[in-house]
Write a protein that binds this ligand. Structure first.
Ligand code: DQA
Length: 145
């Protein structure tokens, strides 16, 4: 089971960025947490972060034929990007959406998730744990197929 884990814009500033919302742990800590979770759950992972929408589209396309699933936190592009939605639909890999915060409890413009429309599951508001839950979901899904 090979998973591509994508993090979108401003997540590289974790720890600095609005710590009251996103926590004090930095992005390196998140990457370590994701790698550890994958190792413990028996998945291989490739991590990708970008602040650029097109680069995220390219990363999703690069998963085709190489990866078994995608975990994605598209960050602000969640609420704006039809291109990321289309890329997820195009590769048609099982995908899970993650958000550190609970987007349903925040401003109304965060209630719409385009990427989520191409994802089998969403974990929001669980902090780092959401990534682990997403990996676990995809690993277990793989076992039943
Ligand atoms: C986020 C939620 C988004 O609304 C926001 O733009 C982000 C981070 C989250 O992980 O909670 O950048 O995806």
């Amino acid at each position: 089971m090979k998973l591509l884990v994508i993090n979108g814009p401003n997540l590289n500033l974790l720890g600095v960025r609005e710590p009251e919302l996103y926590g004090k742990r930095d992005f390196a800590a998140l990457e370590t947490y994701i790698r550890e979770s994958c190792r413990e759950l028996g998945a291989e992972c490739e991590l990708f972060q970008s602040n650029h929408e097109g680069a995220i589209v390219d990363a999703i396309q690069s998963a085709l034929g190489r990866m078994d699933g995608i975990v994605i936190n598209p960050a602000a592009y969640t609420h704006t990007s039809v291109a990321i939605l289309d890329a997820l639909k195009a590769v048609a890999l099982p995908a899970v959406e993650v958000h550190l915060t609970d987007i349903r409890e925040r401003e109304s413009f965060r209630h719409v998730s385009y990427a989520g429309m191409a994802c089998e599951k969403t974990f929001a508001g669980l902090g780092f744990e959401g990534y682990r839950r997403a990996v676990e979901y995809l690993v277990n899904r793989g076992k039943t197929i």
